[in-house]
Design a protein around this ligand. Structure first.
Ligand code: NVA
Length: 322
């Protein structure tokens, strides 16, 4: 049974700004000493379920769960067919009797919420149509490492500016808004009309920024978004599940391609992030992603450390680590 402080990570703002900072501090500690925490010793299992393609997420969660002393139980969503063969609620009840936590990549945020409501163990969003909060934790860790560390106190990355150019309406855009605002970043989204973040997400991010001292701005001009930024991020123009829209998305997104001309608007020492997989010649040029500003391999490694910290933090709160 769950402890009294069962917590989930379904969207970036399921953590407060102070809690996000705690997780990032723990991630840095775990990166320095990878086997220093064993909250899953036994081993206890964590179910890691994929209804969409994966490489980084599967490998980083499986590796991380093993390093935490646990057993990563990777579940193929095509076999489980959660919500089709069996309801989300029944699946949650069955899994919650056996595993210490559930990590799920799926389509609908509402399904993830239903899983969390019924599981009795921590549930973690490993990407939905709406959010990719584990990726943003890894990105914040990477920004800290490359732009002067965590702030001495308060929000983790206060005073730094992050620009995200491309699909502002996808999971990465939403998570940069919420997670970035929590970290105290000045977040700028440069996205075409029709692909800008939902006003509800922008309003949530603005409310967070008002507390953390960060800020949020959404604009159509990519160069304005990037101007003077310390961090420039982009993502695929065609997210998983949108494959049939690939052709119609080409023209509107072309002005948002992250090439050296666009990057030249950023701060001279700016770093470039991309959650990967990258499509060179589409949303980012080879020159930029393979160039000196790119920190995407650190970013990919940091999935491991950030997620280990998150799981440890959630398991501590759930009272599951004794
Ligand atoms: N926005 C992308 C992120 C991939 C990690 C997608 O959802 O496909």
């Amino acid at each position: 049974a769950a402890g009294t402080a069962l917590r989930h990570f379904l969207a970036d703002d399921d953590l407060t700004s102070a809690e996000q900072r705690e997780v990032l501090e723990l991630a840095l500690a775990l990166k320095a000493d990878r086997h220093s925490r064993q909250p899953l010793a036994g081993p206890r299992a964590v179910a890691v379920i994929f209804d969409k393609p994966t490489l980084r997420t599967q490998v980083s969660f499986a590796t991380g769960i093993a390093e935490l002393g646990g057993f990563p139980l990777v579940v193929d969503g095509n076999l489980a067919r959660i919500g089709v063969r069996e309801s989300v609620a029944d699946t949650a009840r069955v899994l919650g009797r056996q595993v210490a936590a559930i990590v799920w990549r799926t389509f609908a945020q509402s399904a993830l919420e239903e899983m969390a409501a019924q599981a009795g163990v921590p549930v973690v969003n490993a990407l939905t149509d709406d959010y990719h909060p584990c990726q943003i934790l890894a990105d914040l860790l990477t920004i800290a490492e490359h732009t002067g560390g965590l702030a001495r106190s308060g929000p983790a990355l206060a005073g730094r500016t992050l620009a995200f150019v491309g699909d502002g309406a996808n999971n990465m855009g939403n998570s940069y808004l919420l997670g970035g605002a929590l970290a105290g970043l000045d977040v700028r989204i440069g996205a075409p009309e029709g692909y800008q973040p939902h006003p509800d997400v922008v309003a949530r991010a603005e409310a967070i920024a008002a507390e953390t001292g960060g800020s949020v701005a959404v604009m159509t001009e990519a160069a304005y978004a990037v101007a003077g930024a310390d961090v420039v991020a982009t993502d695929t123009w065609v997210s998983m599940g949108q494959e049939e829209q690939a052709a119609e998305r080409e023209a509107p997104f072309l002005p948002y391609r992250l090439d050296s001309r666009l990057l030249a608007h950023a701060a001279p020492d700016a770093v470039v992030l991309h959650c990967l997989p990258a499509y060179r010649g589409k949303e980012i040029t080879a020159e930029v992603i393979d160039g000196p500003a790119s920190v995407v391999w650190d970013e990919a490694e940091n999935r491991l450390h950030a997620q280990k910290a998150l799981l440890t933090w959630l398991l501590d709160r759930a009272g599951e680590t004794g």
